[in-house]
Design a protein around this ligand. Structure first.
Ligand code: ADE
Length: 224
């Protein structure tokens, strides 16, 4: 899958993309990630990309010209443009699965107070929010969407069913996990997990997951 990250701070992505699963996915050639600096598409000699909002208000707005040019330079047949914004559709596992099927994802990361509306319109396929809070820019949100989506690409996790077994796939939390040692700070690993009885283990895990979901996220249980 080809991935283009359009932003004013391409260096922002380096750390997360150079570690762990994202690094391995890149090394295996499962994803081909490129970084596009929107400032390279600025239209004046000062390389200016933002200006004050019409109608007043605080902060700066990204000008439409550089954003439109950057998008048009990377967009092609098979491209899917995701604009990260708090005014977007809330990210869900089903959206992530949908994104994982695309051949080319373009993440458009806004900064400051956002992007001039005229650069967006038919150039954007989906506006996505990662939650009801406002980040200082869209780069972190793009990383979240990218990370959560590529887990559904075959070969990324190594064990194919892992992503489908995760929390939220069944609309509830994950069950609690334990590993060695058998006793830690006086607390033992629950006996059932050491029983070897797979049916009992599955039942126990489900009960634990339901209990915690009801306690912490009753809304999830209701939605289910
Ligand atoms: N940009 C700023 N805040 C955001 C959010 N919550 N989701 C997506 N993009 C954002």
């Amino acid at each position: 899958m080809r991935i283009d990250l359009l932003s004013l701070f391409p260096e922002y992505f380096r750390g997360p993309l150079d570690e762990s699963m994202l690094r391995i996915a890149r090394e295996k050639g499962l994803i081909d990630v490129r970084f596009v600096d929107i400032r390279d598409f600025a239209e004046d000699k000062h390389r200016r990309v933002d200006d004050r909002p019409y109608g007043g208000g605080p902060g700066m707005v990204m000008m439409p010209g550089p954003v439109a040019k950057a998008l048009d330079a990377v967009r092609g047949e098979g491209s899917y443009v995701i604009h990260l914004t708090p005014q977007g559709e809330r990210l869900t596992p089903s959206l992530c699965k949908e994104f994982a099927l695309k051949e080319h994802l373009i993440f458009l990361c806004g900064h400051y107070e956002g992007i001039d509306e005229r650069a967006l319109g038919e150039r954007v396929d989906k506006e996505v929010s990662i939650g009801d809070y406002v980040l200082t820019n869209g780069c972190l949100a793009a990383l979240v969407v990218l990370d959560a989506s590529i887990r559904y690409l075959p070969g990324v996790l190594g064990h194919e069913e892992a992503a489908l077994q995760d929390s939220f796939e069944q609309g509830i939390f994950d069950y609690p996990q334990y590993t060695r040692p058998e006793v830690f700070e006086g607390k033992e690993v629950p006996l059932v997990l050491r029983s070897g009885n797979h049916a009992e283990i599955a039942q126990w895990r489900r009960q634990q997951a339901l209990k915690k979901t009801a306690l912490v996220r009753p809304d999830l249980k209701e939605r289910r």
